[in-house]
Ligand binder design. Structure first.
Ligand code: SIN
Length: 335
């Protein structure tokens, strides 16, 4: 569908993938199904969008983001790049479930080549809920994507009147509307009923300066995440290696740590050629090299500031370019 807004307004491509923003309550009770409404229906529910942009829409997927996969990422990246390569298009907005939004946003942040704004948007309440948050989030996302000031800041996420960088954002609450948090480095800005307040640009490499390319990439290498805990054994680490993982991200305790038994399993995995990244399950802070774990001796990679799910995204893309541990470590310092 193409909108009938004035031709002087920015032209925005709206790519839909589903999520709670397109969710419908089925019984009138607490339950709902994500991804039920088409993107045309979501746009029709917010006629004020016509004052912000000329929209055209594309339904790329219609899933809850718990079903987001590498195959959909590859398709979404291609469709986003095609939109941004269209001269008349000023930016792209992607509707997405909040559960894995941070992973998709970071993936696109690393593979999309453009200065034009790319903004992901979701909602915590389904479209049929009392006080649904989707319509204002969508309005704000389109306002951000249409503004030249939002260019060159990498992929952004808009929700709850906040603008987040793809690298920093994490979902931190199961149900609250203010679920997204950008930790130590903080917000990209605020957006109040379409009015932007942008803060400092991102510090790490992204989009136009990224080295990653999906040209010729039909599938991404398998990378698994193993969650560490008190009393942990080695079985899960051994299982990922047996299953053919080329990379392993440890959601380590504290500073990316592992007990002696799983540490020995991880060291064996690294020796066998699996790229092992130490991240942290704490939700904040930096995992540095060689603090309590001798990364040099074991051949490990420290995740720096990335949480386990984002470390997995970077490691998958890193492994499309190299298996060399030092080169992979440099990527974790650069992105
Ligand atoms: C999903 O991620 O698709 C479900 C949850 C949400 O969008 O808030």
């Amino acid at each position: 569908m193409a909108s009938s807004a004035a031709p002087s307004l920015p032209h925005i491509r709206l790519l839909a993938t589903g999520g709670t923003i397109a969710g419908a309550q089925t019984t009138g009770g607490r339950g709902y199904q994500a991804g039920k409404f088409s993107i045309d229906a979501l746009v029709a529910a917010v006629p004020q969008l016509a004052t912000l942009a000329r929209l055209d829409v594309e339904q790329v997927a219609a899933i809850g983001s718990q079903d987001m996969s590498e195959a959909v990422w590859l398709k979404l990246a291609a469709r986003t790049q095609a939109a941004l390569d269209t001269p008349d298009i000023a930016g792209a907005v992607i509707t997405h479930g909040t559960d894995t939004m941070e992973e998709t946003a970071f993936f696109l942040n690393l593979v999309v080549r453009a200065e034009k704004p790319v903004v992901l948007v979701g909602a915590m309440r389904p479209a049929t809920a009392i006080s649904a948050d989707g319509p204002m989030n969508l309005y704000n996302a389109i306002a951000v994507a249409g503004r030249p000031a939002a260019r060159g800041r990498g992929v952004l996420v808009v929700a709850n009147d906040e603008i987040h960088f793809a690298r920093e954002i994490a979902k931190t609450d199961t149900t609250q509307v203010g679920t997204f948090n950008s930790g130590h480095r903080g917000l990209a800005g605020l957006v109040n009923a379409g009015r932007l307040h942008l803060y400092a640009p991102p510090v790490r490499r992204h989009t136009a300066q990224s080295e990653f390319s999906l040209d010729g990439v039909a599938a991404l290498p398998r990378v698994d995440i193993v969650y560490a805990h008190a009393g942990m054994g080695r079985e899960l680490i051994d299982a990922t290696v047996r299953a053919g993982a080329r990379g392993l991200v440890i959601a380590g305790v504290g500073d990316g740590n592992l007990g002696a038994v799983p540490l020995a399993a991880a060291a064996e995995a690294a020796k066998a050629g699996v790229a092992v990244v130490r991240s942290s399950r704490t939700g904040g802070g930096v995992v540095e090299r060689n603090i309590e774990v001798d990364d040099d001796k074991f051949g490990f990679i420290a995740a720096d500031e990335l949480n386990p799910q984002k470390a997995r995204v970077l490691l998958m893309l890193g492994l499309t370019r190299t298996r060399e541990v030092r080169a992979l470590q440099e990527m974790f310092f650069a992105y």
